[in-house]
Design a protein around this ligand. Structure first.
Ligand code: COA
Length: 257
């Protein structure tokens, strides 16, 4: 897969998406967002890719935000369109993907960068990572779901503080508030992402996809997550993976999904 601003690779069952605009600290311009839409759509449809790892090129930045130069002269309407199309085509797409996505935050994850990491199913970070939503320092608010996903992940009060102060959390603090699951030295970050990814790979992809939908249902307006869980739980009983998983357990062998 050839992209201008992304490196997309596959190694075994793992897919890798690396945002590759190092001179602009991997900031999300229009083309990069379009390429992210394409790359995640393609990888999700590739059955041999069972986990996707998203990271940024270099040692300094995961993504330093939406590309400020690109929207500095936008009108109100253009601003709303930017947020709407970004949310629908990239951020919501990733959050609702059937394939698990791990964000490996290797440096600055600011504004749209943190919003991108928060749209992933979970996050790990290197020790040098710094995370925040500094939009109010630019006279704007987070527009790619940040005002919704940050309170979901770290609670309303802490999210309000971070957004209002335009502050940044270091990696350890981000871990202490539940924004990232693990913090490791930078040179160990991808190895940890791969280790976690390979643990996931050994489980049923069909069941994992159903679990993602059920967990996400908790955050959807007007959707009863418990009911969604009941229906999805029942549907699992009709799958080959359920037959294989339970049979393997009873036969005291590893399942072959
Ligand atoms: N949009 C566009 N360009 C960006 C960018 C962004 N969000 N973040 C960084 N860049 C560019 C800089 O303009 C600079 O480009 P130049 O060399 O052509 O001038 C280049 O990336 C390197 O950034 P620089 O600011 O020189 O690096 P630094 O080490 O001094 O500072 C940051 C790093 C992350 C603190 C700083 O780049 C920053 O504050 N970026 C914006 C963060 C932000 O507000 N994001 C939310 C956007 S909604």
């Amino acid at each position: 897969m050839d992209f201008e601003n992304l490196i997309v690779e596959q190694d075994g069952f793992l897919g890798f998406v690396t945002i590759n605009r190092p001179k602009k600290l991997n900031a999300l311009n229009k083309e990069t967002l379009q390429e992210l839409h394409e790359a995640f759509t393609i990888l999700n449809a590739t059955t041999s890719v069972k986990v996707i790892i998203l990271t940024g090129t270099g040692e300094k930045a995961f993504v330093a935000g939406a590309d400020i130069a690109e929207f500095a002269n936008f009108s109100e309407e253009e601003g709303a369109n930017l947020a709407r199309s970004g949310q629908e085509r990239v951020f919501n797409l990733i959050e609702n993907l059937s394939t698990p996505v791990i964000a490996a935050i290797n440096g600055f994850a600011l504004g749209g960068g943190l919003e991108l990491a928060m749209a992933c199913h979970f996050r790990i970070a290197s020790e040098n990572a710094k995370m925040g939503l500094p939009e109010v320092s630019l006279g704007v608010i987070p527009g790619y779901g940040g005002t919704q996903r940050l309170p979901q992940l770290i609670g309303k009060g802490k999210a309000m503080e971070l957004i209002m102060t335009a502050g940044m959390l270091g990696a350890e603090e981000a871990k202490s508030v539940g924004l990232v699951n693990y913090v490791v030295p930078q040179e160990e970050l991808l190895a940890l992402a791969e280790k976690l990814g390979n643990k996931i790979v050994s489980n049923s992809a069909v069941a994992i996809a159903a679990a993602i939908k059920a967990v996400n249902a908790n955050f959807e307006f007007g959707v009863n997550g418990y009911e969604k869980e009941i229906v999805s739980f029942g549907a699992c009983f009709g799958t080959d993976d359920f037959k294989e998983g339970t049979t393997a357990f009873l036969e005291k062998r590893k399942p072959n999904f």
